[in-house]
Design a protein around this ligand. Structure first.
Ligand SMILES: [Zn+2]
Length: 320
């Protein structure tokens, strides 16, 4: 193996070396997903029994073309799809591998059009696949946020009604989004109906531990009331007065995150509908929350996120 050829991202990353084949060959895709989901200990998804075996074709003694397993305990059959976001899909698993890989590693995200072009599945199937993958990526930072937490709100999607207006969100069809970011830590976003003190406070109470945090915002009055509930205080920079940093008080972390989201949404996703926006945001959150991992480990984290979410997925209700 040529030592000079390997670069930093693949040197210690066996997953990245296996992914190209898993994205091209169905049997390799199945084995890859089995290994990532179950490791060396496959177990029956129905009864938990670890006495399971791969079903073989009676004539050829090869593994069955449908890649089924059978459980000695409860006699049921299953595949690696069982219990995941791809359980009820007929899209080949090699394309799921490709989607997980691209969505986990592309800085700005991947579009359904790209998946459609690169895999040959229909555009509609590509959309379905990516929404399921985004769902697998959701809840990437469970539990309350704490420490120094920057909170801000912005508007995404749609087009501004007036060119050059100073408040791009108000009076347009853009959607309000708030984000909460731990300095050097995790991020969480919420699609919100409005940016009133009541709405912002409600989300802050739900997502940040007031006993173990300091709230960092801009001068927006809406944060004043909730700020008083924080044990470590509330500090704000006054952007309107061109104050951006005062000691360690600033909102650089959250502005960095918002700029990644906006660059991605503007560049790749031509029209993100309101009912899907939270899924796109899950994808950005996921990549941010797992930014310290190598590409392969991040891809595996997304695949593991697909576990146990099958029954939780709800197709969005079509907006009128
Ligand atoms: Zn069983």
């Amino acid at each position: 193996m040529g030592k000079k050829v390997q670069n930093r991202s693949t040197k210690n990353d066996p997953v990245i070396q296996e992914l190209p084949l898993a994205c091209a060959d169905e049997a390799a895709a199945v084995e890859f997903l089995e290994k990532q989901r179950w490791g060396d200990h496959p177990a029956c998804p129905h009864c938990g029994d670890t006495s399971v075996y791969q079903m073989k074709d009676s004539k050829t003694e090869e593994r069955q073309a449908n890649f089924r397993w059978r459980c000695n305990g409860c006699k049921s059959q299953f595949t690696v799809r069982k219990g995941t976001v791809f359980e009820d899909s007929r899209i080949p698993l090699r394309h799921w591998c490709y989607g997980f890989w691209r969505a986990s590693t592309s800085k700005k995200g991947v579009s359904a059009l790209e998946i459609h072009r690169h895999t040959g599945i229909s555009y509609k199937s590509a959309l379905f696949l990516l929404h399921r993958i985004r769902f697998a990526m959701s809840d990437s930072a469970p539990g309350p946020l704490s420490g120094d937490v920057e909170v801000d709100e912005t508007y995404v999607g749609g087009k501004p009604r007036y060119k050059g207006q100073s408040k791009p969100g108000r009076g347009t069809n853009k959607q309000a989004v708030m984000a909460m970011v731990e300095r050097k830590g995790r991020v969480r976003t919420k699609v919100i109906a409005n940016v009133t003190a009541k709405t912002l406070s409600k989300e802050i109470r739900k997502n940040i531990d007031p006993e173990a945090s300091r709230l960092l915002t801009d001068e927006n009055q809406a944060y004043r009331g909730i700020g008083a509930e924080f044990k470590n205080g509330h500090a704000a920079v006054h952007h309107a007065r061109k104050e951006y940093v005062r000691g360690d008080v600033h909102s650089n972390t959250i502005e960095g995150f918002f700029s990644i989201v906006k660059r991605g949404l503007n560049g790749i996703y031509h029209s993100v509908s309101k009912e899907h926006l939270h899924r796109y945001l899950s994808e950005y959150e996921f990549r941010y929350n797992y930014r310290h991992l190598e590409d392969g480990d991040r891809t595996v984290a997304a695949i593991r996120g697909a576990d146990g979410k099958r029954l939780l997925y709800r197709e969005p209700v079509k907006s009128a």
